[in-house]
Design a protein around this ligand. Sequence first.
Ligand code: HEC
Length: 457
Amino acid sequence: MKQICNTALLASTIAVLASCNGGNKTPQKTVPDVVTFTEHVAPILYNNCTVCHRPYGGAHFSLISYDDARRTAASIAYSAKTRIMPPWPADPHYTEFIGQRIMDSVDIAILEKWVKEGAPEGPKDKMPLLPQYPASLAGRPDMRIPVVPVFLKANSPDKFLLIKVPYELPADTFAALIEFVPGSGNVHHVNGDMVKYDFDKKKTTLGGVYCVTMEPTDTTKLVEAFRKLDLPNDDGSYPILQKSVVNYLPGAIGQKYPDGIGGYFLPRKGAFIFNDIHYGFTGKDDVTDTSYINIFFSKIPPNRPMQEFQLGTLGAAPVEPDMIILPNTVKPIMSRLKIAEDISVVTINPHMHLLGKSFKAYAVAPTGDTIRLISIPRWDFNWQYFYTFKKMVKIPAHSTIYAEGVYDNTKNNLNNPFSPPQIITDRNGSMKATDEMFQFIVSYLPYKPGDENISLE
Ligand code: HEC
């Protein structure tokens, strides 16, 4: 079982898209006459930033101490003012979600004033205590499965791996939550599926290698990689794959729903597959990442298991007009789906690649009412959250769900992977970041009266 992953390096960096995103609600707070780090700035950073900007938090630098903050003072204020940080691409004036990270404008003004006045430290005894950050944000797990340790050499660029995390249990069971816990500050994102084996079709799930280097642009090598990971059944056929059971982005919190809602059937033999686990670049020291998966069992089966449909690329409704984006154009794309029954929407996930510029989704009910789902005025490839509503959103039968995206294939798009811009298509659902996708994934339950009053928080 002891393996260590020490793969060749891959260069792949993604530029962060910068622009501006308007104001925010104005609370009763005001900017103090004299702003210092210990009295005013540290509490703001601890509330808004250090969940990620701390060791193991996912961001590559810390914002805990005065020295940390002073060194990056100007970019702290800039990133807050432009609302690049904290990362939350969805417009909170359109719809709100669990765990949203929005800074209030007075806090932003305080950061700016602090920088303008030379970033003074202030009285040391006013320094607030750093909040406690438990390893699991969801509590004490019932089972912990280690991910194969990954060795990251000092001063390395970004790295993408395909990782298998197998398990075997004494019997089939149920899980309320499957949570990824990063073992270093270098884990950038994880999208994990579950392979569910029929008990008698696979002698053991523990064979094969646990880790293969794989750029997300390299889907042609997938079948070969699956073989190396020993994923197929013993007879060569493929087991069932359940998509997106464990996802992670820095600062994301595993979502445990109320009893009986959501959850997973966990067969006694299975494996989690991280499709393109992304490690950010390393600093001056070697890092051995020892991440793990936490499982929270559930005594009851998921009697309202989460269901899913998808608009757009490879989905239940096509992309309109077509995913052919000519160079030097800005192109709107949409997809629409009429639903047959009442549903309660729980979580949504908009998905585009590097040319994405904005995204919006809503439903229009038979009465003509518009039901807002999400608006992302400034698409950010790096922050593709699974957005969970605070309370389920009912969409009545015979409503049409609309998803609308805009793609910018000009040189003004700083994320454009090609210079000069080239013709870009979806190539039949290729997941290459340099091809495009347009997807809107909706996780829902068949509606039951009262759903809209159940708090999911
Ligand atoms: C949800 C996690 C998260 C939160 C919360 C967060 N950051 Fe970040 N931040 C990151 C990550 C991850 C990066 C690195 C981005 C990358 O490598 O592409 C980053 C990068 C940055 C950068 C560098 C930007 C650049 O262009 O490279 C600054 C400055 C920054 N953050 C400041 C802040 C401040 C100030 C706050 C709080 C107001 C904050 N961040 C909150 C995760 C977070």
